[in-house]
Structures are given as C-alpha cells and as structure tokens.
Write a protein that binds this ligand. Sequence first.
Ligand code: A3P
Length: 287
Amino acid sequence: MCELINYKGIFFPTLSTTLKDLNFIENEFQVRDDDIFNITYPKSGTTWVTDIVSLIHTNGDPTWSKTVPNWDRMPWLESAYVSDRLQNENSSPRLITSHLPKHLFSKSLSHSKAKVIYTVRNPKDVVVSLYYFSKMSVFFKEPDNFNEIVEEFLTGDLPYGSWFDHIKGWMELMGKDNFLLNTYEDLYEDLRGSVIRISKFLGKNFDDAIIDSIVEHATFKSMKDNKMSNFTLLPGTYMDQDKSPFMRKGVTGDWKNHFTVVQSEYFDKIYKTKMHNYPVKFPWDRM
Ligand code: A3P
C-alpha cells in the first residue's frame, strides 16, 4: 500500500494526490457554471457514471469511451496536477470526477450553477467492494480480515474519510436544481431509466436510438471488456487485476455473501445511530 497524507484530518493516498493540490482545490480552484461533476465515495459506482456521462457527452457515440481512458475523459479533480490543468482548460463543459468530501471541495462551488451528480451505494456493498479493491490496489491498506474493514468503515478510518460524513456533506445540496442524487441500486435496477434521468439533468433529450446506445455501452459486460474503463491499462503495481478484477461482480446485495449475521446486526446498529433522524431514505433503508 502507498503512503498516506493527512489533509485536515482526512487521509489520502500519496500516489493520487498532494497537499498542494488539495489546498489549491479547496481554496483557489474556480468551478465554472457549465462544469459537470461526478461525485462519489469510493466504490459507489464512480466508473459507471463516468462512462454514462462520457456517452451522454458524445450523444451515444462510443468512440471516445473506447479510445480514451476514463481518467482522461473525466479526470479526478484531486489527482496530482489535474486541478492545475483544469484551471486552464478551454473546452466546455469540463467533465470532472471527485471523491472529496464536501467540506474539502472547492469553495467556489457554492455560488456556481455547475451540475453535480452524486452517486451513492448501499454502504454494506461499498464495504465488500472496498475489501476486494484493497487487495488489488495500492491506494487502500489490505485488512487482515473482513471484520477489520467493517470496523474501519464504521469509524471512518479510511482514505477519503467517513462514508457517513461524505453522504451528509454532499446531501446538503439535495433539492438544488444543479444537484442530482443517483444511486447504484437505481442504475442496477433500471439502467435505461437512470440514463434518461441523467441525460435530462444534463439538458439532453435523446431519442430512443441514442439512449439504446448509451445503455448498451454502459452495461457491466461492455465496461468489463473495455480497457479504457476497466483499469487494465494501469500497471500491476497500481492495480493487480490477477488478485481481483476492478470490474469485479457489479451487483447489488453481494454483502449478504460476506457479512455474518453478527457483523450485519452490528453494522445496522451503528448505521442507525449515525443516521438517526436523517430525513432522506435511501434504497437500502427501505429493504
Ligand atoms: P464491485 O466491486 O461490487 O463489483 P467505483 O467505480 O466507484 O470504484 O466502483 C466500483 C464498483 O462499481 C465495482 O463494484 C464495479 O464492479 C462496479 N461497476 C462498475 N461499472 C459497473 C457497471 N457497468 N455495472 C455494474 N457495476 C459496475
């Protein structure tokens, strides 16, 4: 695992970012009204939304998604040098991804019309996805066992900080015209409906043929087979896909195959305490 840096109490992998970048993003980076942001807590469907937004951007033409890696199509704002480069970018709209918690995000977002797509996923499935990701990537510490990552997740002792703080921070934008709450569960249950919703949010009213093309190229199978989306272009020292593929399973509810009854009840107890009286209900709260 790579070294971590501490920015205002939150840890970040040194291989992805620097203190200088994080400070620049928070205080100096200028969000523009036509920016489109793909915001997530890690392992919540980031890559999926990147491909959907890329395909929307090209009106359903998959050429761009099949020839340019996702990190260049919709770069991570916090990646080293990216914010600097984006600051001088002339093309519009800028498509930008970020895992940053809201309180460390660019202050300039607050008075902008930039569109934010915030994607959330059942936190138990996030834990499972993180568990496998930590085995194959240098960005997260591999836990000794599954219990350890459950504990770290619940205490927020992970790179990018607490899932609970991430959700509560970004959900403060709920209800604003430029904020779209998207869930992994909706994408999974109804990809077509989700693509239409995201397209409309981005101001595009596509005909059926274009929607069909976006859906076709955003399925798990298409993305798993696309080396511009599945991270196999990265060296094995960053992500060792022999240990676990990045495009691992792509389903909802895999937590049931990993959590013991005791772990699940413990998780639910802490979840209920931390989300007590929270006004928004997510798909997993209803199950
Ligand atoms: P699993 O590990 O559960 O399979 P992120 O992009 O935020 O890192 O999230 C990665 C997770 O999203 C992985 O979950 C990956 O398989 C899943 N994913 C990516 N593209 C997907 C798609 N088209 N359909 C379903 N799941 C997808």
